[in-house]
Write a protein that binds this ligand. Structure first.
Ligand code: GLC
Ligand code: MG
Length: 249
């Protein structure tokens, strides 16, 4: 057995079945203690909403938390000061006020709650019925202003606008460099649109849980390779199945 970098989304991937989560926690904790495996959560949630989930569910303390769709990275367990090196990288080509101003021109974009508006993340609710029409227009207007951005639509309801050099996958690359893990020593797990970046950033081993959302499934079908595994089981059971299939545990 060898150490690996374990990266998982939280909602509907790691979290969704409490019993399966307990079992997975046991495997991961053992691996971390015996071999030095690192555990990372990559979530769309802000630190505040992450803490709320951590209070409700039994989550292992991660070695790092990638929060707010990859725009913040926290080491340690107080989740108060994000890694400054990562923040500086993102601040380079970012104009948050201008992004907000442009998005405000679309009545279809309803701002999410205040806790989810972050220095490098502007987030809205957008109905699926209007998304296909509105998204290209938002993109077009942002491009016209010469803003470099990442537009991510997840779960048929959430729209995140981020700096061009931020997403969950790029944050994983940053941690790989720091901790010296290669793509085949890394496994990423997810269920929805903001997880596509985890799978597409390189050749990381991937686990897509059986309950994955259509936007991720569609991407998976169009980008099949032998290092990505589409599990038959849901949530943490799907992760356990995938870790065994990929020979990590
Ligand atoms: C989480 C965040 C939300 C984001 C969504 C999708 O639910 O709280 O702000 O839009 O993930 O990335
Ligand atoms: Mg999810």
């Amino acid at each position: 057995m060898r150490p690996f970098l374990f990266v998982s989304d939280l909602d509907y991937t790691l979290v969704g079945d409490d019993q399966a989560l307990e079992e997975l926690n046991g495997e991961l904790d053992k691996h971390r203690k015996q071999y030095g495996t690192k555990i990372v959560y990559a979530t769309g949630r802000s630190p505040a909403l992450f803490k709320q989930l951590a209070a409700e569910k039994s989550l292992l303390v991660p070695d790092a938390l990638i929060s707010s769709v990859g725009t913040e990275i926290y080491f340690g367990s107080n989740y108060e000061t994000p890694d400054p090196e990562w923040s500086i990288r993102l601040s380079n080509a970012w104009n948050r006020d201008l992004v907000e101003e442009i998005a405000a021109r679309f009545v279809e974009l309803v701002p999410q709650q205040a806790s989810e508006q972050r220095p490098f993340k502007v987030s809205y609710l957008l109905k699926e019925e209007t998304a296909t029409e509105v998204l290209p227009q938002v993109k077009h207007l942002l491009e016209k202003q010469n803003i470099k951005f990442n537009l991510i639509y997840s779960g048929s309801q959430d729209l995140d606008i981020l700096p061009f050099n931020a997403n969950k996958g790029l944050a994983v690359k940053y941690l790989q460099e720091k901790w010296q893990f290669t793509a085949n020593e890394t496994v990423v797990c997810g269920d929805s649109g903001n997880d596509i970046a985890l799978f597409s950033v390189g050749e990381e081993r991937g686990i897509i849980v059986a309950n994955a959302r259509p936007e991720l499934l569609q991407w998976y079908m169009a980008n099949k390779t032998d290092y990505r595994y589409f599990a038959k089981s849901y949530y943490a059971n799907g992760i356990i199945e995938g870790l065994r299939y990929l020979n990590f545990i």
